[in-house]
Design a protein around this ligand. Structure first.
Ligand code: G4P
Length: 526
């Protein structure tokens, strides 16, 4: 098959949602449709139960689950679908943000009872930053939820994106009768079933057909006709390009647990979702059709076995053909790298593969050469951009409790940071080390893993910090002057970039006002 045919065949996306909206359930149904699993219940939730939050075995189990379900590949109607999993726990938000750099589109699940929740808003911000096309799936229509029009308004106002329903619910909760597919003009009637994967839809080109009244009852039929008239009148025609340009989000309604409306969405998804896209680098744009291979690492997973330091690096292929055992340019590193152990995740099974194409995600066994954001190419020294670190929200000072194990601590911290577990900042003054995270849980994970894998003992002491801001200035003299005068608050990140550690929001504002020539950035890429 030609490279272009391989590219056109692929769709790489992630499902994102506020915890409990139905991400795991929807994932499972998609895998059922794709024939990747045979029974419901095969996909484990990657949520960490808050009750077992500080149970180490739970965290380790979670790491195990998330390796197994990091990427789920399956074929559906001739399309190779790569579905990337995102962590369910909000403390791992940074991991989710990075996963979103490796996809070409997103399906966002919203609970029809709860509407748009906080985590959904945050995730949508990341999609907006990257102009990622989004499809919304409004879930749990078998429950008495909010009015569909209100939900659409809320998506528009809270998520800041225009919507266009492509399916419409007939009733809700106990009175839920089905969904009408506005895109294909097909009616799908609801029979609650967690197992049924039927495709027996009735086609209604003309909603005035009196048969509709007998199928869903006269009241529902009248309501549906009114709704469809209203939607077609109020919403502009659906233009695929507007979705691909992230200007409009198509919306589907359904009930994932009952397998309802999922088929509608999946069939439309494979028709409209973007194929692997062109990507930005520090030198130029890289198109997937380019014959030479390139890709970047967006996730690193430590081996579960502490006796082996092997890690799995997840590589998104951006252009050309990736081949096993071929030496590739490790752009940041000193020497070319070749990989003999290359895995892909098809139908929940890991399998060794010889080649992969743009849009694919492969797992590379690595002994410590790779870190998040690294680019691999077939020669060129280009670096893929758009994989930034975000300012953490919680900061703690690392205190070494065993001076004999300083080296192990340094090594452990370095490796955990390369995995992206958290961010490390080292103050210019006194070389104090500060770990920044987006959630409390990471501190427990780091402490545990340092002890377990590196035999280093640390404590974390609270620090009064509000944000880490990457700083820059077009005038080097002014930047040097700022660094000198604010020396106590200046630190370096893992890449040696200058960071201003602000203690409070108001103080940061004051410093910004006093030094208008200095630019303060909340992500490491600017
Ligand atoms: P998440 O990954 O987004 O966190 O959500 P998950 O799929 O685990 O779903 C959260 C809960 O919502 C689960 O119930 C799940 O069964 C339920 N759910 C998912 N889709 C639907 C739907 O369409 N309708 C209804 N009524 N419920 C739905 P649970 O009680 O937490 O777990 P379980 O014991 O049912 O598995």
């Amino acid at each position: 098959m030609s490279l272009t045919a391989e590219i056109n065949k692929r769709r790489t996306f992630a499902i994102i949602a506020h915890p409990d909206a139905g991400k795991t359930t929807l994932t499972e149904k998609l895998l059922l449709f794709g024939g990747a699993i045979q029974t419901a219940g095969a996909v484990k939730s990657n949520k960490i139960d808050t009750a077992t939050k500080s149970d180490w075995m739970e965290i380790e189990k979670q790491r195990g689950i998330s390796v197994a379900t990091s990427v789920m590949g399956f074929e559906y109607k001739g399309i190779k679908i790569n579905l990337l999993d995102t962590p369910g726990h909000q403390d791992f938000a940074e991991d989710t943000y990075r996963t979103l750099t490796a996809v070409d589109s997103v399906i966002m699940v919203i609970d029809c009872v709860k509407g748009v929740e906080i985590q959904t808003e945050k995730l949508m911000e990341v999609c907006r930053m990257r102009n990622t096309p989004v499809i919304c799936f409004i879930n749990k229509l078998d429950r008495e939820g909010r009015d569909p029009y209100d939900l659409l308004d809320e998506v528009e106002s809270k998520l800041g994106i225009k919507v266009r329903p492509l399916s419409w619910p007939i009733g809700m909760g106990k009175g839920f009768k089905g969904v009408y597919n506005l895109y294909e003009k097909k009616l799908n009637l609801f029979t609650p079933s967690q197992r049924k994967l039927s495709d027996d839809r009735q086609v209604f080109e003309n909603l005035d057909d009196p048969q509709l009244d007998s199928l869903i009852g006269p009241a529902n039929a009248i309501q549906l006709r009114e709704d469809v008239d209203l939607i077609e009148g109020v919403y502009p025609d659906f233009v695929i390009q507007d979705y691909l340009d992230a200007k409009i989000a198509p919306v589907f309604f359904g009930s994932a647990v009952n397998n309802f409306g999922v088929n509608e969405m999946l069939d439309t998804f494979i028709q409209i979702a973007p194929i692997p896209q062109t990507r930005d680098t520090d030198l130029r744009k890289v198109a997937p059709e380019e014959s030479k291979f390139s890709g970047f690492v967006f996730k690193i997973h430590a081996n579960m076995d502490p006796n082996h330091r092997n890690r799995i690096a997840f590589l998104r292929i951006c252009s050309g053909k990736f081949e096993r055992n071929k030496p590739y340019n490790h752009v940041r590193g000193p020497k070319p790298l070749r990989f003999s152990n290359v895995t892909q995740f098809m139908a929940q099974e890991k399998e060794i593969i010889d080649e992969a194409f743009p849009g694919d995600i492969v797992g590379l066994y690595d002994t410590g050469n790779l870190k998040i954001g690294d680019s691999l190419t077939e020669g060129e020294n280009l670096v893929f951009t758009g994989i930034p670190s975000f300012s953490p929200e919680i900061f703690r000072e690392v205190v070494n409790k065993d001076a004999m194990k300083t080296k192990q601590l340094e090594k452990g911290l370095k490796q955990l940071m390369e995995e992206g577990v958290a961010q490390l900042f080292t103050f210019e003054m006194g070389a104090r080390k500060v770990v920044g995270t987006v959630g409390q849980l990471q501190f427990e994970v780091i402490q545990f893993r340092l002890k377990n894998e590196y035999n280093a003992t640390v404590e974390f002491h609270p620090m009064n910090l509000y944000k880490a801001c990457w700083i820059s200035c077009s005038d080097k003299k002014q930047l040097d002057e700022f660094v000198r005068s604010k020396n106590r608050y200046i630190a370096r990140d893992k890449d040696d970039k200058l960071v201003f550690m602000a203690e409070s929001k108001s103080w940061l504002q004051m410093v910004q006002d006093n030094y208008p020539e200095i630019e303060f950035h909340f992500t490491s890429e600017f």
